[in-house]
Design a protein around this ligand. Structure first.
Ligand code: FAD
Length: 299
């Protein structure tokens, strides 16, 4: 099923992100994780592409098995900035042949080695060029990334929003956000999207914080704001991993309940391939997840 057909039906989709295991880990570990995630009935599962040192080659295989073996709709992430047009076209054919109907189209981060190479000329400079390619290829529902607090490279948030609009206008069906810890900043971002006429459904990316190193890494990669109540949790439980994990799960639940009250189109949980925190979150939101939708339906 195409993700664009799941969204905007008055209820909130809840989906998960997983990543292929690092090349040093056996592939089977991800299928054990999926076995545990399956029972939580997500609307779909996304599989990252080469993010965080994971293997690019396995994205299509895993996304295909999510759908065929686990009976859950899937979406394959795909990045373009270091790829040639020939490689991308071959990837699109492989994705299609694997029965996957959804792609999250991304530029990808530019590795230092490419940045330093003065002769390097990317065949795709920005995500919208990949979106053109996927749209022309045909047959996919296309998602793209958005950044409620601005993309890390951006010097000007107005331009960032202008480029987001450009990207959406090239054929995006829905957006998935960078993780954020401050819902108010997300709501302000939605207002700005409305102002510039970006009307596609937005799926909010939520990460349950599980350990302090993870928080440090996130800060480096995304530069996202950490509101005072989040910082207090880090301060208090930094040296008590079990309590930090409990507080991290509770914080994510609090964020999701607030987003559900807002009427968000979708929530995407960055599972970090850890089924247990995801299970706890799903259990906590199981009642509120549908109650707003029921109210809509009974009107
Ligand atoms: P773009 O939309 O192309 O934007 C990149 C930068 O260029 C922005 O600063 C933007 O303002 C600017 N820009 C855009 N268009 C123009 C233009 N026309 N002129 C000038 N400037 C422009 N990375 C991975 O490697 N693998 C993954 O699986 C992965 N999954 C992700 C999932 C989500 C939900 C998110 C939010 C990010 C993910 N990333 C992943 C990270 C992503 O690849 C990086 O954030 C990357 O730096 C930007 O990708 P993008 O598609 O947002 O780029």
């Amino acid at each position: 099923m195409k993700i664009r057909d799941m969204l905007g039906k008055g209820n909130t989709t809840v989906s998960f992100e997983i990543f292929p295991p690092k090349t040093t880990y056996p592939m089977e570990t991800i299928f054990e994780t999926l076995e545990k995630l399956r029972g939580l009935s997500p609307d779909f599962i996304s599989v990252t592409y080469g993010a965080g040192g994971s293997s690019q080659g396995h994205t299509v295989e895993i996304a295909s098995r999510v759908k065929k073996d686990f009976g859950i709709e899937s979406i394959a992430h795909l990045t373009c900035v270091t790829s040639t047009k020939d490689t991308i076209r071959q990837m699109l054919q492989d994705i299609k042949d694997s029965g996957i109907e959804n792609i999250l189209a991304l530029r990808g981060d530019i590795p230092d080695s490419f940045m330093q190479d003065k002769n390097w000329k990317p065949e795709y400079k920005y995500a919208y060029e990949l979106i053109d390619e996927i749209r022309d290829f045909g047959g996919f529902s296309i998602g793209a990334a958005c950044y409620p607090e601005g993309h890390v490279e951006t010097r000007n948030k107005v331009d960032d929003l202008k480029y987001l609009k450009q990207k959406v206008d090239h054929g995006v069906d829905f957006l998935v956000t960078q993780l954020f810890f401050d819902n108010e900043l997300f709501y302000q971002f939605r207002e700005k999207m409305d102002l510039v006429g970006i009307e596609k459904p937005v799926i909010a990316g939520i990460l349950p914080v599980l350990n302090i190193n993870q928080v440090k890494r996130i800060q480096e990669i995304s530069g996202c704001n950490m509101p005072p109540k989040f910082l207090r949790i880090l301060d208090r439980y930094e040296h008590d991993p079990k309590s930090l994990q409990e507080a991290g799960i509770a914080y994510a639940v609090d964020q999701i309940v607030d987003l559900l009250s807002f009427g968000i189109e979708g929530v995407h949980i960055y599972t970090m391939n850890k089924p247990e925190p995801t299970r706890r979150i799903m259990e906590s939101i199981s009642t509120v997840r549908y109650s707003g939708a029921k109210k809509e339906a009974s009107r």
